[in-house]
Design a protein around this ligand. Structure first.
Ligand code: FAD
Length: 451
């Protein structure tokens, strides 16, 4: 069927290495770029506040870049299944292309849409753009999926290498007067009353050009010291690519190839491997954000939630220096260093005895890189209920962690200087006692596992 090609952008807000966009250009018909804000689709989890901020700016950047090359970004809001079909009709489109998503509800929407459009005689194709290895291609010897990272990553590495990234298109033929678009500002993605995003504006510049610059700066300045310094929150030694990968402003293929070209980076590449592992786990276990991956953890006797304790954690008022520093960094910048994410998460689950799902939700709302796989996967990893998880009984001591990874107190001084004053805040719980209580509670999980 002739007629324009629609590229449905989702978690791939980029022009370079975008297989769906490439297919649309190669089809030879004019291209319509579409983004759908779907907060109503069945089972779709609405994104959090910090993610909405990022999305706004990333879409603005993508729109400009498409415009410069001759095409227009059309914004529509509503359940994707309905909106995409309406667009096909409005634009008399002959084809729809997209890069795959891997969450359960998203896959169902995409499969339903694919079938419906094909019934209507529209060409539809989906591509691999967001993961290095498709989840159904990585299997154990007996054909099941992996639950332990090391053999998972070994299996990935024994597959053919990820495909090289596709070049960025210089020109994209648009449709002239295209279908009507919503105005981005009308979507209300930015916080207004109150405007809490000042720290995000100071910290980040969303969009593909900055994502590529960040990758290059990391590879030239920091990759060589990554293995040594990656665990120190004040060292600034990590890539800060997580929100860029989350929104697909840079593809994992581009990161992979440029890292390999830079010469070293096995450890850094294996962090991309953890990202793959989280997404593959979500693919096989779509309820990752709500259900314990290891069912014996359903027996964990969470005490009744004390909202004041949860609030103290959220606001960085626990009286524990590294925890408070991390939570304040998160609130201000929408980001937290990985080591500190582990410490703050462990403190919530194992010292405050608060169910990991409450922490996951807070991170979901406040992280600019929050995504449907990495966030719940890592929370379950810390809680002990997840894939290849840290054993529950290994409880981080936040004071020792601070001594080891922030020995000069640079990180705490930056985010929670009150802890270095003459009268530092008192911890809201006693670390030793709460640790013992957590281990007692864990006995029930062990009993459930045995029975
Ligand atoms: P780098 O060290 O430069 O790593 C490069 C890339 O590898 C990252 O951008 C990321 O895509 C990937 N990566 C690194 N560590 C992990 C990991 N442990 N699991 C999966 N992928 C990883 N990461 C997210 O992208 N989104 C989340 O919502 C998220 N939530 C988390 C929640 C908790 C409780 C914890 C402990 C970790 C979470 N992480 C999450 C993983 C990790 O903290 C971030 O990916 C990392 O801090 C991002 O910083 P960076 O890009 O500088 O990382």
């Amino acid at each position: 069927m002739a007629g324009p090609s629609i590229v449905w952008f989702r978690d791939d807000l980029r022009l370079a290495d975008n297989p769906a966009l490439r297919a649309a250009i190669d089809r030879g018909e004019p291209v319509i770029a579409l983004y759908v804000l779907d907060e109503e689709g069945p089972g779709v989890r609405p994104i959090g506040g910090a993610a909405r901020w990022w999305l706004h700016h990333s879409l603005a950047s993508l729109g400009e870049r498409l415009e410069e090359r001759g095409a227009t970004l059309v914004l529509r809001r509503g359940p994707a299944e309905r909106v995409v079909r309406e667009m096909v009709t409005d634009a008399a489109a002959g084809a729809v292309f997209w890069n795959r998503r891997y969450g359960g509800p998203e896959r169902e929407i995409d499969a339903g849409l694919k079938a419906a459009l094909r019934d209507d005689g529209v060409e539809v194709a989906s591509f691999a753009g967001s993961l290095l290895f498709e989840p159904w291609t990585v299997k154990t010897g007996s054909g099941t999926h992996f639950s332990v990272f090391t053999p998972f990553w070994r299996a990935c590495r024994s597959l053919p290498s990820p495909r090289p990234p596709l070049p960025e298109p210089r020109r994209i033929e648009g449709v002239g007067r295209g279908p009507a678009s919503d105005a981005l500002d009308d979507w209300g993605l930015l916080p207004r009353h109150p405007d809490w995003a000042a720290g995000l504006r100071e910290t980040w510049e969303p969009g593909e050009p900055e994502a590529r610059r960040r990758l290059r700066a990391f590879l030239s300045d920091d990759l060589a010291s990554y293995d040594r310094a990656r665990d120190e929150p004040a060292a600034g030694a990590t890539s800060l690519l997580s929100p860029r990968l989350r929104w697909g402003e840079v593809s994992p293929h581009t990161v992979w190839y440029e890292t390999v070209e830079a010469g070293h980076g096995g450890r850094f590449l294996s962090e991309l491997g953890w990202r793959e592992f989280a997404w593959h786990t979500l693919y096989h276990f779509p309820e990752l954000a709500t259900k314990n991956l290891r069912p014996e953890f359903d027996a964990f006797p969470w005490p009744r939630l004390k909202p004041s304790r949860l609030a103290a954690w959220q606001q960085g008022r626990t009286g524990v220096a590294l925890v408070d520093a991390g939570m304040k960094e998160l609130w201000r910048t929408g980001y937290m260093h990985n080591r500190v994410r582990m410490v703050t998460a462990s403190f919530l689950v194992k010292n405050l005895l608060i169910d990991w799902r409450h922490g996951e939700e807070w991170f979901w709302d406040t992280l600019v890189d929050a995504d449907g796989a990495n966030n719940p996967f890592n929370w379950q990893w810390v809680a002990g209920s997840g894939a290849d998880a840290a054993p529950y009984f290994r409880i981080f001591n936040p004071e020792l962690q601070a001594k080891k990874f922030d020995p000069d107190g640079h990180y705490v001084r930056e985010w929670a200087p009150e802890h270095l004053s003459d009268e530092p805040p008192e911890p809201i719980v006693e670390l030793g006692e709460t640790r013992a209580a957590a281990l007692d509670a864990y006995e029930q999980v062990k009993r459930a596992a045995r029975s």
